[in-house]
Design a protein around this ligand. Structure first.
Ligand SMILES: C=C(OP(=O)(O)O)C(=O)O
Ligand SMILES: [Mg+2]
Length: 428
């Protein structure tokens, strides 16, 4: 690469370091410096219920950190990837990302690590935005970037994110009646507090899971849903009108043989029984969004469930699509799901993330920007949600700073946009 490139947005410095996420696991931070002096820095998150088809994080193996260290990934940031990027124009995100994909040379980004590649992809975009003195969302989306995402707030945690007895990973509230993002936050926070009060009154645990939601033991899903509706009512709102419910089953975690077995309760389901179970729950409760109700290989099962429920419930593919345009295309062909969860670290570059969002939009699928269960104080996904006009975001409970920093960033963007700011809706 041309180390002497002298235009203002030429990449002239790349560095990285090992930092830590909200689960005390090491993760990658990267910095990019441009010839004009502008800089960008990003930190990448990490999942617990990861999909089998995600791009691969590079982890060290061995001690320290029980095999979770990222010193090799950081050395690639400073070595092979720095070499590939030096002299490139940070304005050209496609070229930046392509150079890193070429340097890695694998389908899964496993050689240099999706964690190393994504950290630089985001840091480069932030540096390019800074060179223009623009916020990241404006740099990505231009004048059209005025839609704040409708938040899905995970206030009751289970599955791989909590030590309680709930198998469903996420019970979320969605402030569907809010007119503005700041109002959506006020509503969500009120229900979070009201749920905490209900749990204390009933002598149930108010300990929290990985995403900041409460994680009590409860008799089952029906009781969890009833508790959420009671918390909504106790906060002075109407379930189904002011706030509705979204679930992430993360059912790939339940796969066993040709069917499913709930890891905590032990209950077996055939694929048909599990689909029937979701139809029953969605008929009885104000559920507007259902993520990963079936396993990550079951495109046909997703398509059948979408045909049955998709007219009134958002069916979201997370482990099914893994933010990968090729897997989303496969789903679109058969009508599997009607929404895609968008986790930049599942695919590993900003440009492929943006491609997934536009592919979804072109085909009438909704897009939901998402955090991971292991997070940092990096707020890029808030800017991405607005910049790519995703319309929805899920970034955990409105508690714990690695989640709240995304919400707070969106509040700042709403204020910056002033009267131009609108709020995404479920049906858009
Ligand atoms: C955020 C999620 O969890 P994780 O990051 O553990 O995959 C999810 O499954 O949607
Ligand atoms: Mg999920």
């Amino acid at each position: 690469m041309d180390e002497k490139a002298c235009f203002p947005t030429a990449i002239c410095g790349v560095s990285g370091r090992q930092v830590f996420d909200s689960r005390a696991n090491p993760t990658v931070a990267a910095q990019v410096r441009l010839r004009c002096g502008a800089t960008g820095e990003a930190m990448v998150p990490s999942g617990a219920s990861t999909g089998a088809f995600e791009a691969r994080e590079l982890r060290d193996g061995g001690e320290p950190f029980g095999g979770k260290g990222v010193t090799r990934a950081v050395s690639h940031v400073k070595g092979a990837l720095a070499q590939a990027l030096t002299g490139l124009d940070a304005d050209d995100q496609l070229a930046v990302d392509r150079a890193m994909l070429d340097a890695d040379g694998t389908e899964s980004k496993s050689r240099l690590g999706a964690n190393a590649i994504l950290a630089l992809s985001l840091a480069s975009a932030k540096a390019a935005a800074a060179a223009r003195e623009l916020p990241l969302y404006r740099w990505l989306g231009g004048a059209a970037a005025c839609t704040l995402p409708l938040p899905m707030m995970n206030i009751l945690n289970g599955g791989a994110h909590a030590g309680n007895n709930l198998d469903v990973q996420e019970f979320m509230i969605v402030p569907v009646g809010a007119k503005r993002f700041s109002q959506a936050m006020e509503m969500g926070v009120a229900v979070y507090h009201s749920l905490g009060r209900l749990l204390r009154e009933r002598g149930l645990s108010t300990a929290v899971g990985d995403e900041g939601g409460f994680a009590p033991d409860l008799p089952g899903d029906e009781e969890a849903l009833a508790l959420l509706c009671q918390a909504i009512e106790a906060a002075g709102y109407r379930p189904g009108q002011d706030l509705s419910i979204a679930l992430d089953a993360a059912a790939s975690e339940w796969s066993q043989g040709d069917g499913y077995r709930l890891p905590k309760r032990g209950q077996p389901f055939t694929p048909g029984e599990l689909a029937e179970y979701w139809c029953g729950l969605c008929g009885r409760w104000p559920i507007v969004s259902l993520e990963d109700p079936l396993g990550e290989n079951d495109f046909a099962g997703f398509a059948a469930l979408t045909a049955r429920l998709g007219g009134r419930v958002q069916i979201v593919g997370d482990d099914l699509f893994v933010t990968n345009p090729a897997r989303l295309r496969q789903g679109i062909e058969v009508g599997a799901a009607n929404a895609v969860l968008v986790k930049p670290n599942q695919i590993g570059t900003l440009s492929e993330t943006a491609e997934t969002v536009s592919l979804a939009r072109q085909n009438g699928y909704r897009a939901i920007l998402s955090h991971r269960s292991g997070e940092t104080e990096d707020t890029s996904i808030a800017d991405l949600a607005v910049g790519l006009s995703a319309g929805q975001i899920k970034t955990g409970a409105p508690a714990r700073s690695e989640r709240v920093c995304k919400y707070n960033r969106l509040l700042a963007i709403e204020e910056e946009l002033g009267r131009r700011a609108t709020l995404g809706r479920l049906g858009r």
